[in-house]
Design a binder for this molecule. Sequence first.
Ligand code: UDP
Ligand code: MG
Length: 312
Amino acid sequence: MKTVSLIIPCYNEADVLHMLRTELYRVCDPLTSFQFEFVFVNDGSKDDTLPIIKSFAETDKRCKYISFSRNFGKEAAMLAGMQYSVHSDYIGIIDADLQHSPDLIPEMLSACEEEGYDVAAARRSDREGEEALKSALSGAFYKVINKVSEININDSAQDFRIMKQKVVQSILAMPERIRFSKGIFTWVGFNTKWFSHENRERAAGETKWSIRKLAKYALDGILGYTSSPLRLALWLGILFCILGVIIGVYAIIRRFAFDELLMESFVMLYGVLFGSSGLFMILLGIFGEYLARVYTEIKGRPVYIISETNTK
Ligand code: UDP
Ligand code: MG
């Protein structure tokens, strides 16, 4: 019998967990050719998420829990879940809030089992119910990252997916600490079957993503998958040098050929000064962002800390 681990990252999801478990049982219990395991990762919730998933584990030994010492983010929760679940034939990831419909699970499994796909992943067919600003910003983000980076991310792809063990092994072989799963999933490749489903409302509770958190996530994604912003300094430097020489030659010709001193050039000087120093600071800022990430990686701190679990 093939084994399946479903990873469920949970951050303050006490309101939906019972509903989620009922749904998972309803969908998974009839699939008798698979042996399921439900891996709840409590990402430092402040509500009753932990006692609830512990009670699940007491009544059903297929329920596992991994509880972090604080909130480390969904990326860390998915990583912890995958590191534990890599023993299974199939490893899935699904949100706790029922926005990812468990009804897709049987089809996803059969895509891997019968049709030979390595990954069965969900993408949303619309962005209904999402704030307009959030939609616009995320649309712009995917345009930029796909243009400047070595990977091509499907802008409607979700983390909701089922992967074969070898896929998860390749994901875990990527040692970076600043993890941007949308990039990682794309980067490792493998043949993927996509399932479109509509954007559902959260069953209960509220979203954990603020625009600020999303902006940081977007920056991690772009800086993690391209170094071209660093090259910007080189090209702008060359451009500025050429411009400087042209202006200099022009001023010398005016001075000696026509015996004029360019007084208006003082004004121009200020413009150039502010413009170029502003530009240098922006470039320095870009360098700083990369440097900060190098520093984070080099410190080699763990991505998460487990305070309690029944997986060991
Ligand atoms: N999540 C998490 N840690 C966090 C934020 C979110 O484990 O710091 C989980 C959350 O419990 C949910 C999933 O990640 O299962 C998606 O989060 P959410 O529904 O808030 O995001 P949205 O669907 O609004 O993008
Ligand atoms: Mg959600």
